[in-house]
Design a protein around this ligand. Structure first.
Ligand code: PEP
Ligand code: MG
Length: 595
């Protein structure tokens, strides 16, 4: 549906800033093929129509490859595999034959052959071939859309000046976002801590998500304003709204420029407490960008993104090169590299996971790594080898108890000994830390603190599991309350346990990057934050505007309140006067968080 009139939609403010441009609708949902029997004299016309759709698909793939150029070598390999599949006799000749033999239309025939090719692939023992099923689907979908006259677009095909509108983005689409010239993003699904939201913030891409029906009401070519700070999307806005937003966008960029000018200055509170503000990255080549935004080192490198958008797993050597580059670029500031965190909402097509009813609570992250040592060992070896080149810290995600930590330590010691025996000079074992992101780990933080070198609090998952709210589900987004008393108590216990054991405790979940929570976190005793690039200058400025003793007093008041909304109300009232005029309201306005 394409609405001509203007309309305003409200969603979740996922990444700040304002984008104004033409909508580009990316529809990833599967198309339902029409099914029709044909007469014998329609056969040749139907086959010709099918051949034309295959040729058109080839042409589209070639065009995408050209557009990607040298920048997308890994993605190009995937496209070449897809091109080959367009000549696959089983898939393409098979569909033609079926039109002839069964007298059915081309869409139906293609659907049937795709199904049998997929089934065949799933019976092949070789993992590589089994995993080609996703490619078969992708190629068949493209041909099907060409047959039906609807086009399937890759994220990288989108032209400049566009605002991307979609129902959802796959993790692989999301990882390719940085290669596109899109100005902003609006999605039907997603929550504040879904990975699309995280990546949008990291790329300073204004985004509103969880809009539920945005992909139904916006058509390609509509004029769209994405207000990522207020969580609003305006479709075909009235002239006065457009002008108002153009001015607001200008004021926002002036406010940002003023902040960015101080990004490299340290974050020291008014009463002289230095706070470390590090950055989160998904890919090794984001390191420079994050450090330029003022981050003091990397507090979280989500290494699983290296496994996406490619045909085969990265081997030890490739991992080593990526990790080494990050560590060398960070120098004495150091980098914390997290081991593979796949499963749940982060899927990697060629890592085979069992079909599970509840993948968020299934065989994922560390659980998967401990079970599949062929996956884990190369990564641990690559990390150990890279640690020779700088301040590398190893962090494991999704720890639920002590046994898992001890298993990692054993494996790490084995890999260390193995490398030494191979003649690799490894003077010392790097620091080993854990993500505290499951309620069970939070509850035994005192026990775990004696076992590891540092903690990093992952509030995205901690909130998801403590409050039982799927982080990517827009229907329960209203329950996302980092200031829930249950959370505050957990955070207090984790920080106290870390302090008593004398280990470093940082926070790298999205809560750390939201300036609304900075005062409370300082009050709790947090002195190490890690966040997306866009938040670094803002949070640093907020820290420079605060007094730790005032934050401690605010926390004491907050801890005495019974409900999240009472605490949010308290913080939004107090934060304005605490910050004074030290930060532009265009960039951060505590009142906009009022419940
Ligand atoms: C978290 O859970 O808070 C976290 C930082 O990790 P991720 O968002 O990658 O799950
Ligand atoms: Mg997590």
């Amino acid at each position: 549906m394409n609405l001509v009139g203007s309309i305003t939609l409200k969603g979740i403010a996922a990444s700040p800033g304002i984008a104004i441009g033409r909508a580009y609708l990316l529809d990833r949902r599967r198309v339902a093929p029409p099914k029709r029997h044909i007469t014998p004299h329609e056969v040749e016309a139907e086959v010709a129509r099918f051949n034309e759709a295959v040729r058109e698909s080839e042409r589209q793939l070639r065009e995408v490859k050209l557009k990607l150029g040298a920048a997308g070598t890994e993605h190009i390999q995937i496209l070449e595999a897809h091109e080959l599949m367009l000549h696959d006799p089983m898939l393409v000749d098979g569909a033609r034959q079926m039109v002839r033999d069964q007298l059915i239309n081309a869409e139906w025939a293609l659907k049937k052959t795709t199904k049998s090719v997929r089934e065949l692939f799933s019976h092949i023992q070789d993992e590589y071939f089994r995993e080609r099923r996703a490619d078969v689907d992708y190629v068949a979908d493209r041909v099907l859309r060409n047959l039906m006259g609807t086009s399937q677009t890759a994220v990288t095909e989108i032209g400049p000046g566009s605002v991307l509108i979609a129902h959802d983005l796959s993790p692989s689409d999301t990882a390719l976002l940085q290669q596109t010239p899109v100005l902003g993003l609006a999605l039907d699904v997603g929550g504040m801590t879904s990975h699309t939201a995280i990546v949008a913030r990291n790329h300073k891409l204004p985004a509103v998500i969880g809009l539920e029906h945005v992909s139904d009401v916006i058509g390609s070519g509509d004029i769209v304003i994405v207000d990522g700070s207020a969580g609003l999307v305006l479709v075909n806005p009235a002239l006065e709204d457009l002008q108002r937003y153009q001015q607001q966008a200008m004021r926002y960029s002036v406010g940002r420029a003023a902040l960015d000018a101080h990004a490299q200055e340290p974050a020291t509170t008014l009463d002289g407490v230095h706070v470390r503000v590090a950055g989160n990255i998904e890919l090794h080549d984001e390191t420079g960008f994050v450090l330029d935004s003022g981050a003091e080192g990397i507090g979280l490198y989500r290494t699983e993104f290296l496994y996406m958008n490619r045909d085969a797993l990265p081997d030890e050597e490739e991992q080593y090169r990526h990790y080494r580059e990050v560590v060398e670029r960070c120098g004495p500031l150091g980098a914390t590299l997290r081991t593979l965190d796949i499963g749940g909402d982060k899927l990697v097509s060629h890592v085979k996971l069992p079909k599970e009813a509840n993948p968020a609570m299934g065989l994922r992250a560390l659980r998967l790594c401990l079970r599949e040592s062929s996956l884990f060992r190369p990564q641990l070896r690559a990390l150990l080898r890279a640690s020779v080149h700088g301040e590398l810290r190893i962090m494991v995600p999704f720890v639920s108890g002590l046994a898992e930590v001890r298993a990692v330590k054993r494996l790490l010691a084995e890999c260390h000994a193995e490398l030494l025996a191979e003649g690799v000079a490894l003077p010392r074992l790097p620091a080993l830390g854990i993500m505290v992101e499951l309620p069970s780990a939070a509850a035994i933080a005192d026990i775990l603190a004696r076992e590891v070198d540092f903690f990093a609090i992952g509030t995205n998952d901690l909130i998801q599991y403590a409050l039982a709210i799927d982080r990517a589900n827009e229907h329960v987004g209203y329950l996302y309350h980092p200031l829930h008393p249950a959370l505050l108590r957990m955070l207090q216990f984790i920080l106290r346990s870390g302090a008593e054991a004398g280990i470093r405790v940082s926070m790298c979940g999205e809560m750390a990057g939201d300036p609304f929570y900075t005062a409370i976190l300082l009050g709790l005793g947090l002195r190490e934050f890690s966040m997306n690039a866009v938040s670094v200058p803002v949070v640093k400025q907020v820290i420079r505007s605060l007094d730790v003793s005032a934050c401690e007093a605010l926390l004491a008041e907050a801890m005495a309140l019974p409900d999240a909304s009472d605490i949010e109300h308290l913080v939004s009232e107090r934060l304005g006067p605490m910050l004074g005029t030290r930060i532009s309201r265009e960039v951060f306005d505590p009142m906009s968080h009022r419940p």
